[in-house]
Design a protein around this ligand. Structure first.
Ligand code: FES
Length: 206
């Protein structure tokens, strides 16, 4: 006859099957919540990605070659800035813009590295700055009257500085703009060219 050791057999306490079921349910709920979270995050990233790529926040925004830009904005070679709306940019062909301001009529098909990528958001209170005024050849913010030269240097109004900008580089002839880092516009008093006085020229905005 065998004797059972003491404590052998049914033990008091919560039933083993009951604990397992609770644990299983807890894990199932956890996995379900995790999957839903992943699904939500994936959907959000997919939704936002096309807006980041090719717009603001893109360190490698490819605008195309000088010929590509001129294809979209033929006046670019005669100094009218190219507007790239997705990233709220003015892309300025600097030698052509200078010729336009000076009234020489000279054209520049390919300015090489001499471009400026200006942020259209006015550094005063953030309004969208319209295309260059064809009377003054300045950018004129319609909200409170800040005025900037074609290089975004401030000439009038309440803005605390010139228009902000983004760095650019050229890779195999393609202009690449880093819209992930905004660079503060030049301080008041900066004059690269165009030293006409506000009161001496006609304007589009008051
Ligand atoms: S937002 Fe442009 S001048 Fe105020």
């Amino acid at each position: 006859m065998t004797t059972q050791p003491s404590g052998w057999g049914e033990q008091p306490g919560p039933p083993v099957r009951e604990i397992s079921r609770r644990g299983f349910l807890r894990r199932a709920v956890g996995v379900g919540v995790g999957l839903l979270t992943l699904q939500f995050l994936g959907g959000t990233i997919l939704f936002l990605w096309p807006n980041i790529k090719g717009g603001l926040g893109d360190p490698n925004l490819a605008l195309g070659t000088a010929a590509d830009i001129a294809g979209q904005q033929p006046e670019w070679v005669r100094g009218l800035p190219f507007i790239y709306n997705k990233a709220r940019l003015f892309v300025v062909n600097v030698p052509a813009a200078k010729a336009r301001v000076d009234g020489t009529g000279e054209e520049f098909d390919d300015p090489g590295d001499e471009i400026v990528a200006l942020y259209r958001k006015c550094p005063h209170l953030g309004c969208n700055v319209p295309q260059l005024c064809d009377r003054s050849m300045w950018f004129e913010c319609l909200c409170h009257g800040s005025k900037y030269t074609v290089l975004g240097e401030k000439r009038a109004g309440p803005a605390p500085r010139g228009m902000d900008r983004f760095a650019h580089r050229i890779e195999e002839g393609v202009y690449i703009v880093d819209t992930s880092v905004r660079i503060d516009g030049p301080p008041i008093g900066t004059e690269t060219f165009d030293n006409r006085r506000n009161e001496d020229i006609p304007h589009c905005a008051g």
